[in-house]
Write a protein that binds this ligand. Structure first.
Ligand SMILES: C[S@@+](CC[C@H](N)C(=O)[O-])C[C@H]1O[C@@H](n2cnc3c(N)ncnc32)[C@H](O)[C@@H]1O
Length: 231
């Protein structure tokens, strides 16, 4: 039998493929959404369905209504459309992500747009080592639903730590129509339990379903602002 035919049998044999799959199962199972590798796969295969390809209309309206110059931290910034939009509207922006491709894309866009933002390659849960009472605003869109739900209280604590005393979380909570028991990411975001979770450090001051949601997310997300307690 020639080598080409042997290799063909090898790759087309379902049994061998199954053995190969079992062999790789531990490493496949060990990659989860708490790891940058999980997100990197999506960037590498150009499968970033979450990406709006431009600024989020709701945040765009909100940022244009801000009079003072703000220091804003964008968690899980991805390609950074909103981060750049805020910077180009005169604010001091920090964008955080742990996926290599997101960081490369942020750096390329900063260069191409001639727009300076502070780009941090880090797990958001490590930000407490770098920042303390630093930001006026934490901007949140599809990072809270991307992290493992067991880490949500940790998310609340880290936002509390990096925000200034008068700080606020400005967020579009998505998907509010998905049950938390269903697989993610995105993991479902139940509004009432999320407000309760944040209430340890924050008070809800704005809550609105917006007409400006993009078509496929209409009624599935809610614009909220949480203000840091005790100030
Ligand atoms: C669903 S995407 C959303 C990206 C962006 N917010 C948007 O709306 O286009 C989630 C992003 O959060 C990042 N991410 C998830 N968990 C993270 C963590 N623990 N630390 C830093 N980045 C994280 C991922 O790498 C990914 O870029």
């Amino acid at each position: 039998m020639d080598w080409k035919r042997f290799i063909l049998i090898l790759v087309s044999n379902p049994f061998i493929q199954f053995i190969d799959f079992i062999k790789h199962l531990p490493e496949i199972k060990s990659i989860n959404s708490s790891m940058p590798e999980y997100w990197e796969k999506f960037y590498q295969s150009d499968d970033t369905a979450w990406d709006l390809g431009g600024p989020t209309p709701i945040f765009d309206k909100w940022i244009r209504s801000q009079v003072d110059s703000l220091s804003i931290c964008f968690l899980g910034a991805g390609n950074g459309w909103d981060a750049f939009n805020c910077a180009e509207n005169g604010h001091k922006v920090t964008a955080v992500d742990f996926a290599d491709s997101a960081i490369n894309n942020l750096n390329s866009s900063a260069y191409e747009r001639g727009c300076h933002i502070n780009i941090i390659h880090s797990d958001i849960f490590d930000l407490g080592k770098i920042f303390s009472s630093t930001f006026d605003i934490v901007l949140e869109y599809t990072c809270f639903c991307a992290i493992d739900p067991s880490k949500r209280m940790e998310y609340v604590k880290i936002t509390n730590k990096i925000l200034k005393p008068n700080g606020k979380i400005v967020a579009l909570l998505f998907p509010i129509d998905k049950d938390l028991n269903n697989d993610g990411p995105p993991y479902g975001v139940d509004l009432d339990s999320t407000i309760t979770l944040f209430s340890k450090y924050f008070t809800l001051i704005t809550k609105e379903i917006s007409e400006l949601s993009i078509e496929r997310r209409k009624g599935r997300e809610i614009f909220v602002i949480f203000k840091k307690n005790g100030t």
